[in-house]
Design a binder for this molecule. Sequence first.
Ligand code: MN
Length: 257
Amino acid sequence: MHIVVTNDDGVFAPGLLALAAALKRLGKVSVVAPDHNWSASGHVKTLHRPLRVKEVELEDGTPALACDGAPSDCIALAALGLLPEPIDFVVSGINPNANLGHDLTYSGTVTAAMEGAIWGIPSVAVSVDAPEYHRGPLDYTVSAEMGCRVVEKLMHNPISPDVLLNVNVPYLPADQLKGFAITRQGLRIYRDELVKREDPRGRAYYWIGGEPPTGVKEDGTDIGEVSNGYVSVTPIQLDLTAHKMISDLKKWDLQLQ
Ligand code: MN
């Protein structure tokens, strides 16, 4: 079993270290990850510049490949032959913040797993819902174990190759977790604000600022069940078609002239 691990916080992120170490019990782990933080970079395919790859070593001695592309580039390179062995699974994470609802379209963690799905490789994204204002190192022990449990189930229960699993783990001790919940995407509420400042030469510049997002805590959704204390597992498909709308739009009877 050959598992490729990536992460959007960079190859030396503690969440990647914990995930790679935990997954070693399930098979051979190869690490291909960005050389710097790509959080909220979305789904990227770098086509207009070369990609460089460097051999590095993680804190525990695990060899890894650091790439100057996005997390999704790392998976594409791995699938295209950067790694000589065929890839059985892609696991992306562990992101230190949850990836829920609309976050998926921004998330480097989830879009790396989407890239795996595009290549027909069973893929899992793992995030932990650490408190927004947490300071100091996070404990990834529980989230790494929960991610492993999902990957292990996926090994024994193959699913459609164009579906990836998005796993979000509450930041709780193992004995306070309520269990696993299979969920759908919920509704994020973003509280972004435009912050306008002036540079030393008097020109305006902008930040996307504001408070961290909240969400509608509806039961059955990723947002609702993580806040209820469950490990949320959401099956995500790449078919973004609004199937319900097809018959309505056909009634528009669009004409060329
Ligand atoms: Mn991140």
